[in-house]
Design a binder for this molecule. Structure first.
Ligand code: ATP
Length: 344
């Protein structure tokens, strides 16, 4: 994300925070239940030859909070740019709200709020005046209710108290919130947020997550990219995992996490004996940390009751015994064979 937008004194830089402002007020463009985003074989090769996105088949269900997950450089921003009609794909198709992009950008984008690569702000204007400008640029926005709309958006993102401050004095997190407020000036069927919690402190992150949940509860589909697995697990109903431009997996977050095998965990004052017995029973991936022992979860054919009885029969005093649920991170490691090793 760039941090240059608010430095501009006379013209906004960065991408539009709210990609609305197309003339007219088109009717909703998808049937209920149809995917809000669907791509088929979507591919982008940059001029330098870099294959940034490779044959992407993505389906984002209506009403979902969809996490688009992947390490830096895996192709997330390139995909989002194609979805928003900012760049053309090399091949393949993308549909947003049931319409082809970039061809239908003028009818689709007014219904989409987007926050990509930092909001476009006028640094010399305060937060409220920035939003008033955005609202004025939307020909469908009623001038009589402008102030109320702007105040509501400011309150929603927690910027009411700082609304009189010039945007160039805002922290990165405050700029991010102001961009979100701009995207929320009118009702949106879809919100596309590229790394929305980037630059926010933990409290700010929690607030944005809360806001995302609220918006989803009101019926807005939220598509957000992140390299933070935790964030995706906390806020998203669905997720897609990207690695090196390719889609590794997509689906409900609960299913993705469940696909990870999980770990058998045993707590005992006799970890040496426990490790020996588990090994004799064919368990792999053993690791001991003090009185806690973990191993790859045994295959379904192994009865956990028998395993526990074997431990106790072998003189192991068991304090805890059970299989711990896999996390999205476990699933990612299992799928890609590599850690999710990116800057936090
Ligand atoms: N304009 C461009 N010209 C050439 N290559 C590019 C361009 N933009 C991105 N790339 C390359 O395409 C690949 C995917 O980049 P992209 O920014 O889409 O990934 P990302 O998952 O969004 O990563 P990040 O979180 O770091 O932004 C990277 O190898 C990147 O270097």
């Amino acid at each position: 994300m760039t941090d240059t937008a608010a430095e501009a004194e006379d013209a906004p830089e960065g991408r539009a925070a709210a990609t609305g402002a197309a003339p007219g007020n088109p009717a909703p463009v998808t049937a209920t239940g149809a995917p809000v985003i669907r791509t088929r074989g979507l591919t982008k090769r940059y001029r330098g030859g870099q294959l940034a996105v490779d044959g992407l088949d993505l389906t984002v269900p209506a009403g979902s909070v969809f996490g688009f997950l992947g390490p830096n450089g895996s192709g997330k921003t390139t995909t989002i740019r194609m979805l928003m009609g900012l760049i053309d794909p090399t091949s393949g198709t993308a549909e947003v709200l049931g319409r082809p992009m970039p061809e239908a950008a003028r009818t689709v984008l007014p219904e989409v709020g987007a926050l990509i690569e930092g909001p476009a702000l006028y640094g010399f204007l305060n937060g409220r005046d920035n939003l008033l400008r955005y609202d004025r640029a939307d020909p469908t926005a009623d001038p009589r209710t402008r102030r109320a709309r702007v105040d509501e958006a400011l309150t929603r993102v927690g910027l009411a108290a700082a609304s009189g401050k010039k945007a160039k004095a805002y922290s990165l997190g405050m700029k991010q919130r102001l961009g979100l407020a701009a995207a929320l000036l009118r009702p949106r069927r879809l919100l596309v947020l590229d790394e929305p919690t980037n630059g926010l402190d933990p409290q700010g992150m929690r607030e944005i997550r809360l806001l995302v949940r609220e918006l989803a509860a009101e019926g807005t589909t939220v598509f957000l990219s992140s390299h933070l697995l935790d964030e995706i697990e906390q806020v998203c109903t669905h997720a897609a995992v990207m690695a090196r431009g390719r889609l590794i997996v997509q689906g409900p977050v609960a299913d993705l996490a469940a696909s990870a095998r999980g770990r058998l965990a045993v707590t005992t004052p006799d970890p040496g004996a426990a490790a020996r017995i588990l090994k004799e029973h064919g368990l792999t991936g053993l690791s001991t940390d003090g009185d806690r022992l973990t191993a790859d979860a045994p295959p379904a054919a192994v009865d956990l009751a028998d395993l526990n009885a074997a431990l106790v029969g072998g003189g192991v005093r068991v304090r805890f015994f059970g299989v711990e649920r896999g996390s999205l991170e476990d699933a990612f490691v299992a799928l890609t064979g590599e850690g999710f090793d990116v800057a936090g």
